[in-house]
Design a binder for this molecule. Structure first.
Ligand code: F6R
Length: 642
C-alpha cells in the first residue's frame, strides 16, 4: 500500500527516484509524484495514474536537485487524482506518507483553526502542517519537532520528510508501515519502503523498527537513528544482497507470466534449500514447541496465503494428527479466540511479511503466549522479525499483484513442515517419508511438464479460456485438498479478469449454490483422480443435469472415468497424473477407496499441479479480456492498511 522513497546523492536524483518508483509500483499505482530541492526551494511533479504518466510529466518539466522524495499511491482517503497525489509540500518542506492517520479529522480541524489551508482530501496532509507548525515553534531542532509531532499521529505511518533549507538531510519515521534506509559508498543516502526499491542504489541497508525515526545524511557515520523514546540507537546496517536484476521482466509479457513459468526452477530452489541432501529429509529450524507436544496449530493469513493455510490443514490433520484451525487475520484479530499456550503453536503465512492484518494477528498470538512461526517470502519483513521462527519460502521477488509462485512455494514449505511433523510424531514411517521426499523432488519436473502442456495450444484449454472470457459468473469446485485450490482459482480470475467467480466445496453445491447454475455459469471442476474423485463426479452430474457447463481438470484416468459415466463436458483438460509418475496407480481406485482413508502422498502433490492450472487459466483469460494482468484495478500487492 503506497511506496515511498527518499534519496540524496552527488548528482541529480530525479531519474533514480523514477526508477525506484517503478520498483515500488506493485504497492499502488493510482497516482504518483516526486519533489526535489534545488537552490533552497522545493519543486514538485505529480500525476494521476501509473508511473508512466509521471515519467511523461517529468520529460516535459524535468526536476533538478541532488535530494528528493517520491511516492506511488494506493488511495485510502481522497480519490486518486493529482491533487491527492504525494508529495504534499509547502515552501518549507515536503512529505511522503504510507499508511493511515486515523485521527486526521481531529488534527485537521485543529490545524484549520490555526489558519492552515488544506489542498488535498488526504489524511496525510495533516502531517505536513503539523510539522510546519512545530518547526515554527522549535526552529531547526528536528529531534524536538519529532518528539512533538510523531506521538500525535494515531494509526500507521512510514514517512519521509525533506526540508527546503537542508540539502544534506532527510527525516524518516516508522510506525506500523515498513521503512528501510541505506547507503552507497559514493555518498548516497536512501530511504525506501522495501529492499527492492533500494536495490541498485544502496550497498548497505537497515530496517527501522516500529517507533524508530532517523535523520539521514549522505554517509552512514553522520546519520542518526532514534527509538520511540527519542533516545539515540545504534545504526547497524547489513549488506543489501538483492540485485536490481531481480526486478526485470525479461522477454515475458507480464511479471505474472514470468512468475508462473519460473515455478519449476523456483520449486527446485526451495527444495534445495529445504531438503537435507545427506538424510533426504526436510530441514527445519527448532520450533518453540516440539512437534510431539503440539496438539493444535493456529494458522492465520490473508487472501491467497490463507488458502495455503487451508491446504496445510488437510495435510497436517491427516498426516501428523495435529488439529489445525485457519483464520482470516482480519477476523481473528477482532475475535476472542481460545488459545492454549501449553500445547499450541501459531503460524502466520505471508508473502510480503508486511500485511497489516496478518502482523496484528501474529501479535495477538504472541500476547496470548503462543510460540510463533512465520512462513514468509520476505525474510527481513516485520512478520519475520516478530516471529520466534522463520520458514523462508524462497520464492524470490514476486512483482505481479496476483500471487503465483509465492503461493506454491508457501505450499512447498508447508508440505515439508507437514512431512517433518508426521515423521517426528511417529505417524509416518521412514519408508513413507522417503516416498514423500521423492514425490516432492518430482514436483519441479512435473511442473515443467504441466506448464508445457497447458501452454502448448491444448485445444480443450483454449476452448475453456474462451468460454470463461465470455462469462459473467464462474463457479470453481473442488473437494478435499482441491477445495482450497478452487478458492484460489476463483480469487485469481476475479483479481485479474474482473469476472465474478466463487470457489465451493463440490459437496456444498446442493446446500444452496446449485440454485445459481444455468447455461450461463461455467463450472470449473478441479478433480484429480483421488479419493474424492467419485464424490466430485456425482456433484458434477448434479450441476450438469441442471444445464451447467462443466470444464473438467483431471488426469487421463479421471477424464476417461468421467466420460464413461456419461457426463456432458464442455471441455476436459488433462493434467499430469502424479500417481503414474510415482507408479502408484493402484493407490486410488475411484469409487472403491473410502473417504475416511488417510491422506496419502498424492494428496500432497495434487494441489501443486492444480494450482498451476488455475494460474495459467486466469492469466490467459485476462489476456483475452485485455485487462492489466500485473496491476489489476483497485489492488496493490502489499496490504499495509487494515
Ligand atoms: C492474491 C494475493 C493476495 C495476498 C494477500 C496476503 O493473489 O496476492 O490475496 O495473498 O494480500 O498477502 P501476503 O501474503 O503478502 O500477506
Amino acid at each position: 500500500m503506497c511506496g515511498i522513497i527518499g534519496m540524496m546523492g552527488n548528482g541529480s536524483v530525479a531519474g533514480s527516484l523514477l526508477d525506484a518508483l517503478r520498483r515500488l509500483e506493485y504497492r499502488g499505482y493510482d497516482s504518483a509524484g516526486m519533489a526535489t530541492v534545488s537552490e533552497g526551494s522545493i519543486s514538485r511533479r505529480r500525476s494521476e495514474g501509473k508511473i508512466v504518466n509521471l515519467a511523461n510529466v517529468l520529460s516535459q518539466e524535468p526536476l533538478a536537485g541532488n535530494i528528493g522524495i517520491g511516492h506511488t499511491r494506493w488511495a485510502t482517503h481522497g480519490v486518486p487524482s493529482e491533487k491527492n497525489a504525494h508529495p504534499h509540500s509547502n515552501d518549507r518542506l515536503a512529505i511522503v506518507h504510507n499508511g493511515i492517520i486515523e485521527n486526521f479529522a481531529v488534527l485537521k480541524r485543529e490545524l484549520q483553526d490555526q489558519g492552515f489551508c488544506f489542498e488535498s482530501d488526504t489524511d496525510s496532509e495533516v502531517i505536513l502542517h503539523l510539522l510546519t507548525a512545530s518547526l515554527t515553534r522549535h526552529g531547526e531542532d528536528i529531534p524536538r519537532v519529532c518528539a512533538d509531532v510523531l506521538p500525535r499521529l494515531r494509526g500507521m505511518f512510514a514517512l519521509v520528510v525533506m526540508f527546503a533549507d537542508r540539502e544534506d538531510l532527510l527525516l524518516g519515521a516508522r510506525h506500523g508501515s515498513p521503512l528501510a534506509l541505506g547507503f552507497d559508498s559514493d555518498g548516497g543516502g536512501y530511504f525506501g519502503s522495501d529492499a527492492l526499491s533500494l536495490s541498485g542504489l544502496a550497498d548497505r541497508i537497515a530496517y527501522l523498527q516500529d517507533g524508530d525515526w532517523a535523520l539521514l545524511s549522505r554517509d552512514e557515520s553522520s546519520s542518526r537513528l532514534y527509538g520511540g523514546d527519542n533516545d539515540l540507537k545504534e545504526l547497524r546496517t547489513e549488506p543489501l544482497t538483492i540485485s536490481s536484476g531481480a526486478f526485470g521482466k525479461g522477454n515475458y509479457r507480464h511479471f505474472m507470466e514470468k512468475e508462473i513459468l519460473e515455478q519449476p526452477s523456483v520449486w527446485g530452489d526451495v527444495l534445495a534449500a529445504r531438503l537435507d541432501p545427506q538424510v533426504r529429509r526436510p530441514r527445519l529450524p527448532r520450533l518453540p514447541l516440539a512437534f510431539r507436544d503440539i496438539r493444535t496449530l493456529h494458522i492465520t493469513a490473508c487472501g491467497t496465503a490463507y488458502y495455503a493455510g487451508l491446504v496445510a490443514k488437510y495435510w497436517l490433520e491427516a498426516l501428523a494428527k495435529i488439529s489445525v484451525d485457519v483464520d482470516f487475520a482480519s477476523e481473528l484479530r477482532y475475535r476472542s479466540p481460545v488459545l492454549r499456550r501449553d500445547d499450541s503453536l501459531a503460524m502466520c503465512i505471508s508473502q510480503s511479511g508486511e500485511t497489516m492484518d496478518s502482523l496484528e494477528a501474529l501479535r495477538l498470538y504472541k500476547r496470548s503466549g503462543l510460540g510463533t512461526v512465520a512462513v514468509v517470502n520476505v525474510e527481513h519483513s516485520s512478520i519475520a522479525r516478530e516471529s520466534d521462527v522463520v520458514l523462508a519460502t524462497h520464492a524470490g521477488v514476486e512483482i505481479g499483484v496476483a500471487s503465483t509462485k509465492a503461493f506454491t512455494t508457501q505450499l512447498l514449505t508447508l508440505a515439508c513442515f507437514a512431512i517433518t511433523a508426521a515423521s517426528e510424531r511417529g505417524y509416518m514411517s521412514d519408508s513413507d517419508a522417503d516416498t514423500a521426499v521423492s514425490a516432492l523432488s518430482c514436483l519441479p519436473g512435473l511442473a515443467s511438464q504441466c506448464l508445457t502442456n497447458l501452454l502448448g495450444g491444448d485445444e480443450n484449454f483454449l476452448h475453456a479460456t474462451q468460454v470463461l472470457s465470455h462469462a459473467k459468473d464462474v463457479l470453481y469446485l473442488g473437494r478435499g485438498v482441491s477445495y482450497p485450490i478452487a478458492l484460489e482459482g476463483a480469487l485469481k480470475i476475479k483479481e485479474i479478469s474482473y469476472i465474478h467467480a466463487e470457489g465451493y466445496a463440490a459437496g456444498e453445491m446442493k446446500h444452496g449454490p446449485i440454485a445459481l447454475v444455468d447455461d450461463t455459469v461455467p463450472i470449473v471442476a478441479l478433480a484429480p483422480y483421488d479419493r474424492w474423485f467419485s464424490k466430485t463426479l456425482s456433484n458434477l452430474h448434479e450441476v450438469s443435469s441442471r444445464g451447467g457447463d462443466v470444464i473438467l481438470f483431471s488426469s487421463k484416468r479421471g477424464i476417461a472415468h468421467a466420460k464413461e459415466s456419461g457426463i456432458d463436458l464442455r471441455a476436459s483438460i488433462e493434467l499430469v497424473d502424479c500417481a503414474s509418475v510415482l507408479c502408484l496407480e493402484d493407490t486410488y481406485l475411484a469409487g472403491e477407496i473410502g473417504v475416511d482413508k488417510d491422506l496419502g502422498i498424492l494428496d500432497v502433490m495434487h494441489p501443486f499441479i492444480y494450482s498451476l492450472a488455475v494460474q495459467v487459466l486466469a492469466h490467459d483469460v485476462a489476456i483475452l479480456k485485455g485487462t492489466d494482468v500485473d496491476q489489476p484495478r483497485n489492488l496493490a500487492k502489499s496490504v499495509t492498511v487494515e
